[in-house]
Design a protein around this ligand. Sequence first.
Ligand code: SF4
Length: 153
Amino acid sequence: MYIVSSCLLGQNCKYNGGNNRCQEVIDFCEQKKYITVCPESAAKLPCPRPPAERVGDRVVNNRGKDVTAAFEKGAQLSLGTCTTLASFSGAELKGAILKANSPSCGCGFIYDGTFSGTLTEGNGVFTELLLKEGIPVITEKETETIKKWLAEE
Ligand code: SF4
């Protein structure tokens, strides 16, 4: 069973009220068991909401408000949902395909906290939690790994 960012499947949970629909991820989900989560929605953050970026260990929105606690809570709640659903269905959490560059879901690179579209090395808050749990995380941009996971049992 795989974890997938809700916005990649077309759910309008992105900060601006839109989504990040990705056909390759949709095709993947047609063939694999998956759980869809949006950590920022799980934290009951409004939609739309001000964009936020990681600044060191904190998450701050473009109005200067520290939203770290909400992001951490959303990540924990989302992980709880995933582990509960996987355990109910007797499945292992094999990996996660999350939205690139997001302060929650980014993996490898995230926006650098200047709200200028500049990327820096790092992971989103939810991604960090999954990696600590030993769950492999990729983004929708890693198409070769998506194909590899599709070919696996
Ligand atoms: S990137 Fe993650 S937190 Fe942001 S809208 Fe998509 S699923 Fe939600």
